[in-house]
Ligand binder design. Structure first.
Ligand SMILES: [Cu+2]
Length: 125
């Protein structure tokens, strides 16, 4: 059947794609919403190499600022629909807050490389 042929072709190209992805799954994208004067999710766990993008859905401006010292990321004021992205390459816990509303706090926990190695289990299918 033609359908079956296309399906196996699709699986073949898919496995080729998976095999070229580095073990630590670099390039992952994770979104954090800023709304109702809070970060959602407030605590986020990602693997090293992940890019986190914050988007402001409030009518008020907000910022995303690392609490750490040295400060590794700090956005300018984000207007409605404004976005800020940061790629976390070093494992650790990054507490951050909004400099305009310091009660708005969040945290990004970055785990070591290798967390994405689970994709290896799909090989050989
Ligand atoms: Cu704010």
């Amino acid at each position: 059947m033609i359908m079956k042929k296309y399906l196996s072709l699709w699986i073949l190209s898919l496995s080729a794609l998976i095999c070229t992805v580095p073990a630590y799954a670099a390039g992952s994208q994770v979104q954090v919403a800023i709304k109702d004067f809070g970060f959602s999710p407030a605590t986020l766990t990602v693997s090293a190499g992940t890019t986190v993008t914050w988007t402001n859905y409030d009518d008020d401006p907000h910022t995303v600022a690392d609490r750490g010292s040295p400060q590794v990321f700090r956005s300018s004021a984000l207007d409605t629909q404004g976005k800020f992205s940061y790629t976390f390459t070093t494992p650790g816990a990054y507490a951050y807050f909004c400099t305009l509303h310091p009660h708005m706090v969040g945290k990004v926990i970055v785990t070591g490389a290798g967390m994405g190695s689970g994709v290896g289990t799909t090989h050989g299918g």
